[in-house]
Design a protein around this ligand. Sequence first.
Ligand code: GLU
Length: 279
Amino acid sequence: MDQAPIVTRFAPSPTGRLHLGHAHCALFAQMHGDRFLLRLEDIDPTRCRPEFEAGILEDLAWLGLRWEQPVRRQSDHLDDYAAALARLDSMGLIYPCFCTRKDITDAGNAPHGPDGAIYPGLCRHLSASQRAERRATGQPFALRLDMAAATKRTGPLSWHDRNVGTVVAQPELFGDVVLARKDVPTSYHLAVTVDDALQDVTLVTRGEDLFASTHVHRLLQALLELPVPAYAHHRLLTDAAGRRFAKRDRSLTIEALRKAGHSPAEVQAMAGFSESNLQ
Ligand code: GLU
């Protein structure tokens, strides 16, 4: 019997031009898949810009990457995230959180998780009428996952990472994560999980800086009854001084390297891939 094709994706946010670190990520994804998809993670309207989106498509094509159509743009699919939130709400697993950053800091001594301070749970304890009252005043609110209730519901979970094998999910490290922000009706964790399922991605490839996020994504898959892809978290490409590439490193954007006269093959090699390992 034929094996199902491996579907991978590259999912950049159009908040700047792509640099060598992104090129590594994109080439890694394409190399590991039989089918390769592109997704633009543009849910943050304050940081994402159309010119960066155009730049991403231009840079990837110049580098020699070929992806299937259509490209999924997250801002076109807010209904999908709303449907997932409605489902979690019907299960009694999310609650509105009106706290400001200051409220959380003032609550004192919050231990830190992979996404920063663990939410001390202030709004988890509001009664239904207190919630309704605050909503009525028009106070902005985020939606948080009640982590204890969610993990109790699913029981223990694990996923398979190609580099480290079976990983026991520890979503509780994050506390009550935000699933919809005050300014955006979804969050990275929710949108990525829903999209990977809707795009039939079977192997999620991304940098090891996002390894811990998979704990939360695995939990959301279980709650929303979504298929569970395999994972490959790769090492992050670093510059000569051992530092990660960042958007601030203008000289090492794909655009700058192209304008400096480098060929696509040279930039692929700088991103850690030579012709032979891309065949
Ligand atoms: N959009 C994320 C980023 O720009 C990557 C998402 C993912 O691969 O899960 O780093």
